[in-house]
Every structure is written in C-alpha cells, then in structure tokens.
Design a protein around this ligand. Structure first.
Ligand SMILES: Cc1cc2nc3c(=O)[nH]c(=O)nc-3n(C[C@H](O)[C@H](O)[C@H](O)COP(=O)(O)O)c2cc1C
Length: 205
C-alpha cells in the first residue's frame, strides 16, 4: 500500500495529544529563548510540518529564509538601516539596540509571502492564509518538541534595507520572523478567546 494514502489512526489518545499541543503553544519571545536551537533532524521535521499546509492551487505562495549565525551581523545592519530609514536622527544606542535584536533567536527564519501579482484564482488573502497555516504547523511542531517559539515583526519588515538585503521579489512581502529555541523561563498562559466569542451558527441569533 502507498503510505501516502494511509489515513492517520485517530483514537482518543491522538486527539488528546493534538489538543494538548495546540493548547500548549504560546509565544516565547526571543529574549526568553536560549540555545541550542533545533537539531538538524528537528529542523527537517519543522520544515516538513510547514510544507503540509493547505495551498489552494498548489501555488507555493510562501517561502522561509533561514538566517544562520554567520548572517546575523548582516541582519543587524539591516535592522539599524531600517531604523535610520524611518528616523534619520536615531542615535548610536538606538542603532545598537536594533542590531542586537538580530542575535536573540537560536533558530531564525523569515517568512515571506507572494502577496501581489496577477492570480485571479488564488487571491492574496488565500496566499496569506496558506503562509499562516504553514507557520502555525511549524510552531505546533516546535511546541511538541519541547521548544519555545515566537513570531516577531515590527517596522523593519517593510523597510528597503530588509527587502533588498534578503532579496525579496517585487511581488513578495516579509510577513514575520519565526524564532525557535530552548526556553529560559516559560511564561504563564494568558487568556484566549472563548469559542463562543468567535464562533456562531448562521441563522441562530
Ligand atoms: C504575524 C505575527 C507577528 C507577531 N509579531 C510580534 C512581535 O513583533 N512582538 C510580539 O511581542 N509578539 C508578536 N506576535 C505574537 C503575538 O503577540 C502573540 O501571538 C499573541 O500575543 C498571543 O500570544 P500567544 O502566541 O502566546 O497565544 C506576532 C504574531 C503574529 C501572528
């Protein structure tokens, strides 16, 4: 039998595990992460998880760019340049703070999505959704590995320095950074929406 056609074996345990890891995922900001980052095997599994995301029309609308240890100083320069783009008077301490942010996450990816371009069948919102599904898969897998993770963004995302530095195409935007590592100190869980707040049934008021 072709393994690709085998249905997952769902039983109570599997459902409970899925619910557990979905509930356990939480943002651990990069300043609360420490090394080591994921192992090479874990990275393979994390990438595979992202690639399992729904993708209408198999457009492959998103990609991830890993920013390795040897590229962090460069990323820091782009952060400092991004700061100067929006505030030419930013002082040396502010620029140093911008640079430092590039060094925090043990494993750092930049999530990029093709948000423009002529595709009437799969509009930008669907492509963004596919990217969101991909990154959530990755975050959940990281959580199940006992790793901490966070999405981070900020004004540098749209800066010319970052766009040109990482080589974005004209139809792409950088959506967020994906930070993964071990956790120095787990943060307490915070309140989440109740399902009744966000789910309704059409026709029952
Ligand atoms: C696209 C995206 C970008 C984010 N960027 C930041 C960020 O720059 N800084 C930050 O503190 N949190 C950021 N977050 C994380 C949210 O603040 C976080 O998910 C939210 O507070 C809920 O917390 P939880 O993830 O622990 O459930 C981002 C989340 C998303 C989806």
């Amino acid at each position: 039998m072709n393994n690709d056609t085998v249905q997952p074996h769902l039983d109570d345990d599997a459902t409970a595990w899925a619910a557990h890891w979905i509930d356990a995922r939480r943002t651990t900001l990069p300043k609360r992460l420490c090394g080591p980052g994921p192992t090479e095997d874990q990275k393979v599994a994390l990438r595979r998880a992202a690639c399992a995301a729904p993708d209408h029309g198999q457009r492959r609308p998103w990609r991830c760019i890993e920013i390795g240890a040897d590229q962090r100083a460069l990323l820091g320069e782009w952060f400092a340049q991004a700061l100067l783009e929006r505030d030419p008077h930013a002082n040396a301490a502010e620029q140093a703070q911008a640079r430092e942010k590039a060094h925090r996450a043990p494993w750092l990816l930049l999530l990029v999505c093709r948000v423009r371009g002529d595709d009437p069948e799969v509009p930008p919102a669907e492509r963004l959704l596919s990217a969101g599904c991909a990154v959530q898969n990755l975050l959940l897998m990281a959580t199940a590995m006992g790793l901490g993770s966070a999405l981070t963004s900020g004004k540098a995302m749209a800066s010319r320095a970052l766009r040109e530095g990482v080589g974005l195409h004209a139809d792409e935007d950088a959506l967020c950074f994906v930070n993964v590592g071990h956790v120095k100190a787990w943060r307490a869980a915070h309140a989440r929406p109740q399902p009744d707040d966000v789910f309704s049934v059409l026709g029952s008021d």
